[in-house]
Design a protein around this ligand. Structure first.
Ligand SMILES: [Zn+2]
Length: 242
């Protein structure tokens, strides 16, 4: 079981941790700032640094395929791992620019959800673009969407999450109705992401703290993927950093 520090604080870039297990594909830590691929959002990359100073590159992050609740930090095959045995203390550090891009694009996809009142049937969030597939057959207007996104960003709406119990959900049917996505059941509690006055939905991803931090994100393309699917692609309006 890995303590998921990124669920409470998406701004944390590093943490100390202990290696819990290690296999051919990667390492599991007792706590981590690395977000594992899920909910459409790509996994983090970064480094693990041992007490000896030895550095291991993390090439991607996944939910462990066979250990429930464990996060697998993927490493390159053949990497030198002598300082990363079970029980070793390490410093885990994510790639800050990639996390920042994920946070901005992920928050922007929530803004799109608020602007397009149709079910989402696909989502992909990377460091260079994001895309959302809406189940709908009406055309979408790129300029209108960009004006809407710009308005919500300029509105500087606070973004926050909270955990609610399934009992609390059941006792507040209005809350469920106001959500654009139905929460997963059977886990005891649900993490909900709220953009004040804009969007409320279950979400486990990483987001900025205020819509103004989304910055220069625009709709770059709208595609008709099928009779009932419209794909909206988001990109950065400014040149990529670095
Ligand atoms: Zn989200």
């Amino acid at each position: 079981m890995t303590e998921e520090l990124f669920r409470e604080d998406a701004t944390l870039l590093s943490c100390s941790a202990t290696v819990l297990c290690s296999d051919d594909t990667g390492l599991v830590l007792d706590r981590s700032v690395f977000y594992p691929l899920g909910g459409g959002q790509a996994g983090d990359i970064g480094t693990l640094t041992a007490a000896t100073g030895q550095v291991l590159q993390v090439t991607d992050t996944r939910k462990h395929p066979s250990l429930p609740g464990a996060i697998l930090h993927l490493v390159a095959p053949g990497a030198e791992r002598s300082a990363f045995a079970v029980g070793a203390s390490v410093t885990a550090r994510i790639d800050a620019a990639r996390r920042e891009a994920h946070k901005r694009f992920h928050t922007a996809t929530h803004l799109l959800c608020a602007l397009v009142p149709h079910p989402v049937d696909g989502c992909s969030i990377t460091a260079s673009y994001a895309r959302l597939d809406f189940h709908m057959n009406e055309p979408l207007d790129k300029e209108a969407l960009n004006a809407g996104i710009a308005r919500l960003i300029a509105g500087a709406h606070p973004v926050g999450h909270r955990w609610i119990s399934e009992a609390e959900l059941d006792a507040n049917p209005g809350l469920v109705r106001s959500m654009s996505v139905q929460p997963p059941r059977g886990l005891g509690r649900v993490r909900v992401l709220e953009i004040e006055g804009v969007d409320l939905q279950p979400c486990g991803g990483t987001h900025v703290a205020n819509t103004r931090e989304v910055g220069a994100v625009v709709v770059t393309k709208i595609e008709k993927k099928s009779a009932m699917t419209r794909r909206v692609v988001l990109g950065f309006a400014e040149p990529a950093a670095g």
